[in-house]
Design a protein around this ligand. Structure first.
Ligand code: SAH
Length: 474
């Protein structure tokens, strides 16, 4: 059961007029099919309550104040306090220039603040170039940069690094940096929500209930935090001066080349923050638009409308996971409210309305559930019927470390699935998993705080086992 959307924040409809069609909360046929496949108790229902939670997530902006709480938080003192100033990280270059002028500094000082924060300054003290007097004034007036504090990080044997970032309200969000094997590219996998209300049956993030949408600054801050962590590793490695050409001399990339919205959460429920974050990651952090990917399981009235209307040439990835409505409902509970047919028609409309931007599809391969040759043939037929011969990314299931009926198919089965799609004229590739020994692979992200109980202990690394499966679609 979802614990509701929380949400005291107001205003805006991140889902762009979200309307779900009528839902069937129980389906005898699909229940019977699920129990035949041994999935019975794991097949999540899709209840009115879920639907309300998802609608509330889409409608909420940010559920909690994003400022550090003051020492006196009694309601009466709160009522008397002026609203806290905006976070410096959330302000544009123009807003910072105006702030500098308002504080009696030259506009250029505002540009220095903007550039410094872009480069990684995480406190006012770390901002370069501006006079100490202005720093003191900023702090005195209650300004702060607003970057989440690093709680802990875990490094995988393949160089993938997962960061746990503690947000100002105490929530701990997970983000991952994935270096390419040759060390020339760095992909950052960002979270868009604190956990997720969609509850796909094989995904860890949906377990335990949705908390809230993240802000633009909290999303952009994840990219900066990962880049800083990789810079630190690169510096430490240079200081240790390992002999050239030794196996440990593999490059540690420090320039973010790709950003994928494939961490915790459903980005299409938080477009109010996600779309500005995409634009800022492109314009401020210099990540090419075509190297940005938004992954969605499908939220009504977002794909053919708001996503299609967005000018940025990002890649849209749609999580399908099944070639039929019946099977998809069992894996993706929200499919009951947004049938496959409507989803794929919206993908066609997206292609047309966006001026020809292709959609890619994700398909988690679950052994014995959706990985047979007939599933592959059915999938090819389906995508051709909608004239959607886009690339299919096959993601072998990543174990999520708890009682789960799912397993990854043997390598040969995944390869045969890929071959069947390709032979049928649908380009496909099996993605290799990265970061799985640091619980950083696809679908493994889940609030560590929740997983471990109340005490936030530093992460214990996965023991350097080979990174088996694949993560983000690098
Ligand atoms: N909410 C977005 C982002 C989810 S993460 C979406 O649904 O698209 C990115 C991809 O990883 C999605 O396709 C998701 O279904 C998939 N995924 C989730 N858990 C997984 C797991 N345990 N193994 C493999 N893929 C998984």
């Amino acid at each position: 059961m979802s614990n509701g959307a929380g949400g005291t924040g107001g205003g805006g409809n991140g889902g762009g007029g979200l309307r779900f069609s009528s839902t069937s909360t129980t389906s005898t046929a699909s229940e019977a099919a699920a129990s035949r496949a041994g999935l019975g108790q794991f097949e999540p229902a899709w209840t009115k309550e879920d639907e309300e939670a998802v609608k509330a997530a889409a409608a909420s902006s940010v559920a909690v104040p994003v400022f550090e709480s003051s020492s006196d938080s009694s309601p009466s003192s709160k009522a008397l306090q002026p609203p806290p100033p905006p976070l410096l990280l959330s302000m544009s270059a123009d807003e910072l220039k105006a702030l500098a002028v308002e504080h009696g500094e030259s506009a250029y000082r505002g540009t220095q603040v903007f550039d410094s924060i872009t480069k990684g300054a995480s406190t006012i003290e770390e901002i370069r170039g501006i006079p100490a007097g202005w720093k003191a004034k900023l702090s005195e007036k209650g300004f702060s940069v607003g970057r989440a504090a690093l709680h802990s990080s875990a490094l995988s044997g393949d160089g993938t690094q997962k960061l746990l970032l503690r947000l100002s309200d105490g929530h701990v969000v997970e983000t991952v940096g994935i270096p390419s094997r040759d060390g020339t590219r760095l992909t950052v996998c960002v979270s868009s929500q604190m956990r997720c209300p969609m509850r796909c049956s094989f995904c860890a993030t949906g377990k335990g209930g949705y908390a809230r949408n993240l802000t633009k600054a909290e999303i952009v801050g994840q990219v900066i935090a990962v880049r800083s962590a990789f810079e630190e590793r690169a510096r430490a490695k240079a200081a240790a001066s390992s002999p050239p050409n030794s196996s440990s001399s593999k490059l540690i990339p420090t320039r973010v080349s790709n950003v994928v919205f494939m961490g915790m959460g459903e980005p299409a429920l938080n477009l109010k923050a996600v779309l500005p974050a995409l634009r800022e990651i492109n314009s401020r952090l210099g990540v090419g638009a075509r190297r940005l990917t938004l992954s969605t399981v499908g939220v009504p009235n977002t794909i053919a409308t708001r996503l299609a209307a967005e000018n940025l040439q990002f890649t849209l990835a749609v999580s399908l996971h099944a070639p039929s409505q019946e099977l998809r409902e069992r894996l993706v509970p929200s499919a009951r409210a947004y049938p496959l047919d409507a989803l794929l028609n919206d993908c066609v409309a997206y292609f047309e309305a966006s001026g020809g931007r292709r959609v890619t599809f994700e398909y988690a391969l679950l052994s014995g559930v959706n990985d047979s040759q007939s599933h592959a043939a059915q999938l090819a037929r389906l995508l051709k019927r909608y004239d959607l011969r886009s690339h299919v990314n096959l993601i072998p299931f990543n174990p999520i470390g708890e009682l789960s009926p799912f397993a990854a198919p043997p390598r040969a089965v995944a390869a045969a699935f890929e071959a069947a799609l390709t032979a049928a004229g649908v380009p496909a590739s099996v993605r290799g998993a990265r970061g799985s020994d640091a619980s950083a692979a696809c679908g493994q992200l889940r609030n560590e705080h929740q997983k471990r109980g109340a005490a936030l202990e530093p992460l214990v690394l996965g023991g350097g086992g080979a990174a088996t499966v694949a993560t983000a679609l690098v």
